[in-house]
Design a protein around this ligand. Structure first.
Ligand code: CTP
Length: 398
């Protein structure tokens, strides 16, 4: 089912065409309109095109259950808002739920169901810092956008702000819902998250990695039909369904599982932020702050470099590393690519806005073995995961 949200903008008339095209393709289309949208297009038009009742109010007693907003958020495979006005974007970005559509949008679980927004407004509104910021925030949270086009606007201006054409929106919908089983028969091993290096029974050394990039890669590879082995350090993330998950704590534990399973893998992707050092001695009892003890030194010793070892052993697998850098991004990452004998390295500039450990998005450059560099624009970690998988598959085919 496709939930089509329509808000009060002149482009609402194009939503009728979008609904018609989707129905023609066999989709069940459920329309939710705002009160303002009804000034531009009638519920009767949408009801006739979709063959289903059109909802607008949170308190519509013709609806069979008392939790209409939750049902409407859970049932669709995808939710599309076209047109999405500046007001609607602002409400979603701020968590405001003051009518049926905004309440449904707040109830959609973005991890399970994509939401596609098709903004439509005057150029000045689109470029207003508040609207820009809202779009930025929403992108980082994982909302997808059908970017507005440039051209003649209803107000007489010429510029950016026209809603994307219904055919383009439909293509994006199909793309988001499509399952390309192009990884069928391939096994992908992914390491994710930080490692924890114990100091005593209650303390450890670790880093800021959230594990998001690795978990999104696992989700994307699973979606595309791969057998997925995810070797994860401690994270707070919900693992994707249907994968083989191995929880580890320290770098040495990660090393042991990777080495045991590596022969199964066709592709190994190492997103984990592995601690390079660990405390040499793990105290059996909690370290106490004894009187007079004003300084404490911890001697660290090197952990195995798992990726380097995989590169040295280099079997038939395609080996991908990640490089998180704060300076000389390309040069440092390229050095790691050659030192560790990788096929591809994903260079992550931690100083860029929207990139790095705790973000939903990432901004990276891909560096290949032949030395070529591909700069990738800011995108969600899930979109980036698919792009990386596309590149790996291209290489395997070539
Ligand atoms: N890596 C690994 N084992 C380690 C350290 C790193 O497998 N002990 C892997 C990471 O999973 C990542 C890549 O190596 O894919 C790059 O990690 P990074 O920490 O950026 O590089 P290092 O080689 O540790 O270099 P440096 O800390 O000097 O930047």
């Amino acid at each position: 089912m496709l939930l089509l949200g329509i808000t009060g903008g002149i482009a609402a008339y194009k939503s009728a065409e979008l609904a018609r095209l989707a129905v023609k393709k066999g989709a069940v289309v459920q329309v939710v309109m705002t009160e303002n949208a009804k000034n531009f297009i009638t519920p009767l038009t949408m009801r006739t095109l979709t063959g289903r009742p059109v909802y607008s109010s949170l308190f519509d007693f013709s609806y069979s259950s008392a939790t209409m907003h939750i049902d409407l958020a859970r049932e669709p495979d995808i939710t599309v808002v076209a047109p999405a006005t500046a007001n609607l974007l602002g409400k979603v970005a701020s968590g405001i739920a003051d009518d049926l559509l905004s309440t449904v949008l707040l109830a959609v679980d973005l991890k399970k169901r994509p939401v596609l927004l098709a903004p439509s407004m005057n150029t000045a509104m689109l470029h207003h810092p508040s609207v820009r910021n809202n779009i930025d925030v929403l992108r980082r949270r994982g909302y997808f956008f059908a970017d507005p086009l440039s051209g003649d606007l209803a107000c007489g201006d010429v510029g950016e702000g026209r809603m994307a054409e219904p055919e383009q929106i439909l293509r994006l919908i199909e793309d988001k819902l499509a399952v390309h089983p192009d990884f069928n028969g391939l096994t992908v091993m992914i390491t994710a998250g930080p490692t924890r290096e114990p100091l005593d029974p209650v303390r450890f050394l670790s880093n800021r990695s959230s594990g998001k990039m690795g978990y999104e890669l696992a989700r994307a590879a699973k979606e595309r039909g791969a057998r997925v082995l995810l070797i994860s350090g401690p994270t707070f993330l919900e693992p994707p369904q249907g994968i083989e998950l191995y929880y580890v704590e320290s770098a040495r534990e990660m090393h042991a599982v990777v080495m045991e399973k590596r022969s199964l893998a066709d592709i190994i992707i190492k997103t984990a932020a592995v601690a390079d050092f660990r405390p040499e001695d793990i105290q059996m009892q909690k370290i106490k702050k004894k009187k007079g003890l004003n300084e404490l030194s911890i001697k660290l010793t090197r952990n195995p470099d798992i990726l380097k070892e995989l590169g040295l052993l280099k079997g038939d697998y395609f080996l991908v590393g990640f490089a998180a850098e704060t300076e000389n991004l390309i040069a440092n990452a390229r050095k790691k690519l050659y030192d560790k004998n990788l096929d591809l390295i994903v260079a992550n500039d931690l100083t860029q806005k929207g990139a790095g450990f705790l973000e939903e998005t990432n901004k990276v450059s891909l560096i290949y073995r032949d030395g070529s560099v591909e700069d990738i624009p800011l995108m969600t970690k899930f979109e980036l995961s698919h792009l990386i998988l596309d590149r790996i598959l291209n290489w395997k085919k070539s």
